[in-house]
Design a protein around this ligand. Structure first.
Ligand SMILES: Cc1cc2nc3c(=O)[nH]c(=O)nc-3n(C[C@H](O)[C@H](O)[C@H](O)COP(=O)(O)OP(=O)(O)OC[C@H]3O[C@@H](n4cnc5c(N)ncnc54)[C@H](O)[C@@H]3O)c2cc1C
Length: 441
């Protein structure tokens, strides 16, 4: 089977499954339902609520970091889907309330504390929680919320909304009158919440039994550091070149501070290397990290690998720290004495701020590799490319037959946008453009 048909078939399978799961509550509600019809708008409003809750519940599954779920999609594609589905889920829930109140003002009693205080508090709380969930995701930076606190808040609010939603469905009981229907709802909600518990409790418990330690901290260039981690009394981790891990530093894996980094070394060694650019509170402390510090590693994750590439030419278009997956892949190819042709177009601010300059030079001699450095600010005697990576630069250096190329794009957002849109404009199909975005919200 070609990469195209594999991609199309497995993507279609997952999209279909997600859609069936979201629509399932409607089917479930209608099975054996005999009560009188209350008019189109009321039934429509109720349906919106079912679908909205199913969409929000499904998000626990999608974000639960299960490598097999949504496997054909990259990590950032799944997160983008998660974000969009979250907005839609919120929209459905809001529309549920609005349509019902407009269809029959008696439904306002659900929010009236004089009629039933706990119910009114829980439902109003869920509406506010769902709205805060969306607003803090959309405008986290504007609100000045630290990423880790946002992530914790996101988990707690989502749990609250799904829990209240399920209790609400069971209490109203109009479409869930049979005990088996109640049991299905409770099981589905418990499964969704179980996914969260699995990733935030069970997985750290497992990681605690497999600690790592920092064995070296090396400056690559200004503001970029490589750290090496070694497994403590266990065999380490199997991964594919180009994949990433989540790391926690310190004595416990239960910290809020858990960050994703691509492994920049090749698979096969017990030690792994991560190369980290200073950005915020966590990454700016890497230079002060002491050797011997305990670390916990969760992963590997991601499918930004050349394993599925059947093309003769593989082209990497990278910017800044987005070079890390390419370095791991190139080191892996060197180990395997793999002769396939590789082109790397690498944009950095200057020669001094180009991580892995020497490593790339050395690899050029050992692989069928062409590296094109693109420097924003170049020294006077520089005869290479300057400025940002543009369509013209790509045109100058890409192999002539781009239909025989597989593309791997990773770097700052604007660079990725230029690279992806240029490739699409040239007719490269999406399944031959692999992207990894490091900025996930
Ligand atoms: C798949 C993937 C692979 C990555 N690989 C590398 C790499 O090889 N080298 C490298 O230097 N950086 C990599 N990053 C980016 C790195 O994770 C962030 O730069 C780092 O987490 C920033 O943390 P901070 O607290 O120092 O910065 P902050 O200023 O707190 O955050 C800056 C941005 O980083 C992201 N971020 C912050 N905290 C987290 C977190 N806990 N989890 C996820 N994202 C977060 C958010 O988008 C945030 O807006 C990768 C990111 C992803 C998603």
């Amino acid at each position: 089977m070609t990469t195209k048909s594999v991609f199309v078939r497995s993507s279609a399978k997952w999209l279909l499954l997600f859609t069936v799961l979201v629509a399932a509550p409607l089917v479930l509600a209608l099975v054996g339902h005999q009560e009188e019809n209350r008019g189109f708008w009321i039934e429509f409003g109720v349906g919106l609520g079912f679908v909205g809750l199913a969409m929000l519940g499904l998000q626990f599954v999608i974000t639960g970091r299960h490598s097999k779920i949504g496997a054909p999609f990259g990590f950032d594609e799944l997160l983008q889907y998660h974000a969009q589905a979250g907005y839609f889920g919120w929209g459905f829930i809001m529309a549920h309330f609005i349509v019902l109140f407009l269809a029959d003002s008696q439904f306002l009693e659900f929010l009236d504390p004089r009629v039933e205080l706990p119910r009114a508090l829980a439902l109003s709380g869920a509406i506010v929680a769902a709205t805060v969930l969306i607003a803090t995701t959309r405008w986290r930076e504007k609100f000045g919320i630290i990423y880790e606190w946002w992530r914790a808040l996101h988990g707690v609010l989502s749990l609250f909304v799904v829990f209240v939603g399920t209790v609400h469905i069971l209490q109203v009981s109009h479409y869930v009158s049979e005990p088996w229907q109640k049991a299905v709802w409770v099981t589905l909600s418990a499964a969704a919440i179980g996914m969260l518990v699995h990733s935030r409790v069970w997985r750290p418990c497992k990681m605690k039994k497999r600690p790592w330690k920092v064995v070296s901290v090396t400056k690559e260039v200004d503001t970029v550091w490589s750290i090496e981690l070694e497994p403590v009394s266990h065999s380490g981790m199997q991964f594919k070149a180009g994949q990433f891990v989540w790391i926690t530093l310190g004595d416990t894996p239960f910290r809020l501070q858990q960050h994703p980094f691509t492994v920049s070394s090749a698979p096969g060694d017990k030690k792994i290397r991560l190369t980290i650019k200073e950005l915020g509170d966590f990454t700016s402390e890497i230079e002060n990290l002491e050797t011997g510090t305990t670390a916990f590693v969760e992963g590997p994750y991601g499918n930004f690998t050349i394993d599925t590439s059947i093309k003769t030419n593989n082209v990497f278009i990278n910017g800044g720290i987005g070079i890390t997956p390419a370095i791991s892949i190139l080191q892996d190819l060197r180990k395997k004495k793999d002769e396939r042709k590789i082109t790397v177009i690498y944009g950095t601010p200057s020669l001094e701020l180009t991580p892995f300059y020497d490593e790339l030079k050395e690899l050029t001699g050992k692989l069928s590799l062409k590296v094109v450095h693109v420097l924003e600010e170049a020294p006077d005697d520089w005869d290479g490319e300057t400025g940002f990576i543009t369509e013209e630069i790509m045109k100058r250096h890409l192999p002539d037959d781009i239909s025989n190329c597989e593309f791997f794009v990773c770097g700052p957002e604007p660079m990725m946008d230029v690279a992806e849109s240029t490739l699409r404009k040239w007719g490269v199909p999406v399944y031959r453009i692999h992207s990894e975005r490091f900025n996930i919200v």
